[in-house]
Design a protein around this ligand. Sequence first.
Ligand code: SF4
Length: 340
Amino acid sequence: MRNLFDLTKEELETYFLNIGEKKFKATQVYEWLYQKREYDISKFSNLKKEIRDKLTMDFNTNLITIEKKETDNLTHKYLFRLFDNNFIEAVVMHHDYGSSICVSSEVGCNMACKFCESGRQKKIRNLEAYEIVEQILVIEQDLNMHLSSVVIMGIGEPLDNFANIIRFIKIINDPKGLQIGARHITLSTCGLVPKMYELSKLPLQINLAISLHAPNDQLRNALMPVNKVYNLSTLMQGIKDYLSVTGRRITIEYVMLNNVNDKLEYAQELASLFKGMNIYINLIPYNETNHLEFKRSSKKNIMAFYDCLKKNGLNVTIRKEFGRNINAACGQLRGSMKQV
Ligand code: SF4
């Protein structure tokens, strides 16, 4: 039986047409689910009983469950149990301008980035769209608040789960769905270039972030195995093409690893790569984990790196720190769960 949160509004319209009903019923169902937050189909009172019974026969509205939650003042980290007893994580961060959620897209991840806790845990399966939608629904219910932006940057490589991620984006972006504006949705990829081309052709105004983390092939090969498949020049061409097709700025993510990728010569190389392009660079202080040897760059090194990029005329920010006290590195909570 399919989960009702897995359907885009268009898919639900097709369902209603197929059972001989008017397609506007899909809008009514969406309003119950996403605006009134009523998940008991028998209570969808503006639908006649036969339709409610049919829906109940064809769909469930089961929610994933919170297994564990850790909180500090600006951050809430959730571990969810899925229906097959796998675990995933999501993190909520409160900013001056609203609250954002970072969702997972897969159980584990095959990209095996060397500095990433999630990359230590091989992919078990893709998440279905409803399992990503429900990370938002369950957390909004738990915190009794509206989350204004969504970042697809948790466990998993979203472009390696392309169809489900696109369905998820359509559901949360729908004006009758969760109403999260495309400009408040960011998808982060480690650089699956063919999928970036596919994404650029879809009529979605979402933001794209590239996890770069190294400005040359030698260093990137050592940190991110994906670079051996799509090397830096392939990725740079993909970035240029994406910019020219969409006209939208790309974010370049660069995690600051002590004595690994934080030397000034790398800042210079990064500046030469991106000079004059419509991008901005986000420097991310690394969240250390017990299992990996990488350390966070010193504040002094991060500032020097930042200054070098600035002097070269690049747009650059340093990500505010969140949740250092609560296993904030993606995959840490799930990792601890697996050892229990
Ligand atoms: S950084 Fe992202 S793509 Fe790389 S291993 Fe971790 S979850 Fe996967």
